[in-house]
Design a protein around this ligand. Structure first.
Ligand code: FES
Length: 464
């Protein structure tokens, strides 16, 4: 790509200017981001993770200690990562099929769903030793903590219930039948209630953590199999994603009504909300990450990115850094650290750890994307993974082109779209892209990056 190096230099130059005038407030950063175009996130670093190239699941960040706990699900390991030094502190064994993870700094404990042994493991954050295994819970998944009664609530996804753990005795004290599979369980500090997304019923259920009883069931109209939840506590909003129909509901937590729904990537899984920037990240099994900004009681689409297996996300509200554990980048797991991209921002680059490396500022050579035989047939488009990025390759009237895969409208996957005339058409709402220039008629001021392509000895090479 020819324009990428210059845009990266522009960003660095902007950062240098910003450094010279001091720190910029979150408000200024927010408005700078609101005006920016293009991909919503830029890569800061890929940090190698230990263990095999297999699936991760939930993450939980303790900002007071600067620690991120990551469930490396199919490695049966809990990874402890220092976000300040950017290094792995420990890789703990003994967490069969670990799904949910939740750190409770006030107790000095991490709770992790060892789903493979139907238990919730309790880990001391000082010693990093497992001090208890609580259960049985049929299929422990997501975890939340209610500070009042000091209880942990665990989604029992296949047991159609929420399990309740007393943290003083590390014992299971209640099971709350939900009438459907449990999606995410979260604690709402504003109401003091536990909220659970219930599959099948398509409801958001409210639980009083003191009595461990259901106190309300609210329909999630327009959502099928609600799973992931995030909250904007200040605005009294919940974001609930339907894994079955790839829709996100915006729920008013005062009226408990669905205010609107929005399309997101296929198989939405984990959500994360940055309260400072008011940005919401919805990561999906398809690897699409859709980014929204909260604007009053509605959401504005900021952009989308696509990375292989980017179905889990967390965000640091202090640095605004976003974390994606990616299971397989060139055969190894990495923790991809990203930051909001955009024009003239980036006070966070004032942190020396966040400066782009020289390698990031250098144009990359031609890289093998695929082989000639794998290219799409005439009149078709296809997706290819390259260096952690997804590329849309299209064959329009016999001419092969490569461009970014993420639609500028709401992040639709262009490589899953179709060809009409001489355009690539987004499968979600039909925006049409010129494969030569990346231009789109619906938004003449924006365009997608197009990558030069070369075919040599049966190999398809792109400059990216
Ligand atoms: S996401 Fe709406 S047209 Fe592509």
């Amino acid at each position: 790509m020819r324009c990428a190096p210059s845009s990266r230099y522009d960003r660095l130059a902007s950062a240098v200017v910003i450094l010279s005038v001091g720190v910029i407030s979150t408000t200024v950063l927010r408005s700078a981001l609101a005006d920016s175009k293009g991909p919503p996130l830029q890569k800061v670093a890929d940090v190698p993770m230990p263990g095999p190239a297999v699936r991760f699941d939930y993450q939980s960040l303790d900002t007071s200690q600067g620690r991120l706990y990551l469930a490396h699900m199919n490695a049966n390991q809990l990874v402890v990562f220092d976000v300040r030094k950017r290094e792995v502190i420990a890789n703990l064994d003994g967490f069969p099929s670990v799904h949910g993870v939740w750190v409770v700094p006030e107790l000095g404990r991490v709770y992790a769903s060892a789903t493979g042994e139907h238990r919730v493991a309790v880990v001391d954050t000082k010693t990093l030793k497992t001090i208890a295994r609580v259960g049985p819970v049929s299929y422990p998944d997501s975890i939340a903590y209610a500070p009042g009664p000091k209880r942990v609530f665990v989604s029992d996804e296949q047991g159609d219930a929420d399990a309740v753990i007393d943290t003083a005795t590390n014992s299971l004290i209640a099971t709350i039948p939900l009438g459907g599979g449990a999606g995410n369980t979260v604690y709402d500090p504003s109401s003091g209630h536990i909220l659970v997304a219930v599959h099948g019923k398509n409801e958001l259920v409210a639980i009083d953590p003191d009595t461990a009883k259901i106190i309300g069931r609210y329909p999630l109209n327009g959502i099928e199999n609600p799973h992931g939840i995030a909250l904007d506590v200040k605005e009294r909003l919940a974001f609930v994603a339907g894994e079955e129909n790839a829709k996100l509901a915006l729920v008013d937590l005062t009226s408990m009504n669905v205010l609107a729904t929005y399309p997101v990537g296929e198989g939405p899984d984990v959500l994360a909300f940055d309260p400072g920037l008011k940005w919401l990240y919805v990561s999906a099994e398809s690897g699409h990450v859709t980014v929204f900004r909260v604007n009053g009681k509605s959401l504005v689409f900021v952009g989308g990115i696509s990375m292989p297996h980017a179905h889990t996300v967390s965000v640091d509200p202090e640095t605004h850094l976003v974390y994606f554990p990616l299971q397989d980048i060139h055969g190894h797991p990495v923790l991809r650290i990203m930051q909001p991209a955009g024009g003239k921002l980036t006070p966070i680059l004032s942190d020396p750890r966040l400066k782009p490396s020289d390698a990031d500022l250098t144009s990359m050579p031609l890289i093998k994307l695929t082989t000639h035989s794998e290219l799409p047939a005439e009149g078709e488009a296809k997706e290819f993974e390259l260096g952690g990025k997804t590329i849309c390759v299209a064959n329009v009237n016999g001419v092969i082109s490569a461009m970014d895969n993420v639609c500028l409208h709401m992040g639709g996957p262009l490589g899953q779209g179709y060809i009409e005339g001489n355009k690539i058409v987004c499968p979600w709402h039909g925006w049409e892209y010129d494969p030569k220039t990346g231009e789109v008629e619906h938004d003449p001021k924006s365009k997608l990056a197009v990558y030069p392509i070369k075919i040599e000895n049966g190999d398809v090479m792109v400059e990216i």
